[in-house]
Design a protein around this ligand. Structure first.
Ligand SMILES: C[S@@+](CC[C@H](N)C(=O)[O-])C[C@H]1O[C@@H](n2cnc3c(N)ncnc32)[C@H](O)[C@@H]1O
Length: 363
């Protein structure tokens, strides 16, 4: 049967509107995180009725139906599961259908379990990507593309680079470092599968290692390893050395302390190819030619082999790197070109981390 006239246009309209309004999904999730909804459900110990959720949120009961609508979207997006509250379940059969709002109850899903504050990993701080400083930068994307000023839209919006902005805004600096550390918590889930990568190494420098979350996880998993974190002075200023992890404030473009291995997690994707070459050449100088290596944990785009949703998330990160810093996401071919140009001879990719891969690069 022929489709009715105009149906293609109506489908196109739905598609367009869905994408024009996609920010509503992001902002609703941000709201749920800010209100602490995942933790409230978790602390409740069982599915929570809408009325109990509103009470726990300390929201006036007159706003119950607004919370219901927020939760309906978040359930639709898979962040929470809608379920019947216990008392309703017990009475099942004798209650009249229809008052969905009065009967609504919510449970966590695997997605919202990753947002629980006292659990590791907890990705809640990553909601940073929706903070005003980042969102403002997006308003300048078109102007930046057409103009010849600024290395990225963030710089046009704020008159300085992201790193300078973090240096000058301690609250943002804390949020940024927390977001990075929260992402690094995911490493806990796979570090033990990476034994061959770290075995036999005596020292490791985490280049652009933030507040040392990855270094801590690695040093706990591989106690023979002496770990050092190199990051910008404002990032490590208030961090204290421990027996296992030392901190150095510096600039990786100028100097990287020598070690058996260097780690760069999500550091190179924040930089352009030209900048990565400079960093990788410094890395090459800092490791032994025999037995040394660079370990990169970063995105490798593989459109042909991965699921549509995975590629989409990687392309989102690619755009984010364009808008807030000077970086980009790379395919295996892009990475290989960089490694060879920087004077490395070979590399090995382990696609271990969902969106991220671990790449060992050898001199
Ligand atoms: C995207 S973050 C990744 C942080 C950390 N590796 C992680 O995954 O949690 C990039 C890091 O590089 C640091 N960085 C940026 N420029 C740097 C430089 N010139 N020298 C040293 N660190 C730098 C930033 O401060 C930030 O901590």
């Amino acid at each position: 049967m022929d489709l009715p006239e105009g149906s293609e246009s109506f489908q196109a309209q739905s598609h367009l509107y869905k994408h024009m309004l996609n920010y509503i999904s992001s902002m609703s999730l941000k709201c749920a995180v800010e209100l602490g909804i995942p933790d409230i459900i978790h602390n409740h110990g069982r599915p929570i009725a809408l009325s109990d959720l509103v009470t726990a949120l300390e929201i006036h009961p007159s706003k119950t139906s607004f919370v219901y609508r927020l939760m309906s979207l978040l359930v639709h997006s898979g962040f929470f599961a809608a379920t019947l509250p216990l008392h309703t379940k017990q009475k099942q059969g004798d209650h009249s259908k229809g008052d969905e709002e009065a009967e609504a109850a919510y449970d966590l899903t695997p997605h919202s379990r990753l947002l629980l504050k006292d659990k590791v990993p907890c990705l809640s701080p990553h909601i940073l990507t929706l903070c005003p400083a980042f969102l403002t930068a997006w308003q300048f994307l078109g102007n930046w593309l057409k103009g010849d000023k600024g290395t990225n839209p963030f710089e046009i919006a704020h008159g300085m680079t992201l790193w300078e902005y973090a240096d000058q805004n301690p609250a943002f600096n804390n949020l940024f470092n927390e977001a990075m550390a929260s992402d690094s918590g995911m490493l806990n889930l796979v570090i033990r599968d990476c034994k061959p990568v770290f075995q036999g190494l005596g020292s490791l420098v985490d280049v652009g290692g933030g507040t040392g979350k990855v270094a801590k996880i690695i040093s706990e998993a591989f106690p023979q390893l002496k770990c050092t974190v190199l990051d910008l002075p404002h990032v490590v200023a208030n961090l204290h050395d421990t027996e296992k992890v030392k901190f150095i404030g510096g600039d990786m473009f100028h100097s990287i302390p020598p070690a058996d291995a260097l780690l760069l997690k999500l550091t190179l994707h924040a930089y352009s190819d030209e900048e990565c070459l400079k960093i990788l050449k410094k890395c090459r100088e800092a490791i032994p030619s025999e037995g040394g290596k660079v370990i990169i944990i970063d995105i490798v785009i593989n459109k042909e082999k991965e699921e549509h949703q995975v590629t989409e998330a990687k392309l989102f990160f690619d755009m984010l790197m364009m808008v807030v810093v000077t970086g980009r996401e790379r395919s295996e071919r892009d990475w290989e070109k960089l490694f060879l140009e920087a004077g490395f001879r070979s590399y090995k990719i382990l696609p271990l981390f969902g969106l991220r891969s671990l790449i060992e690069v050898y001199p």
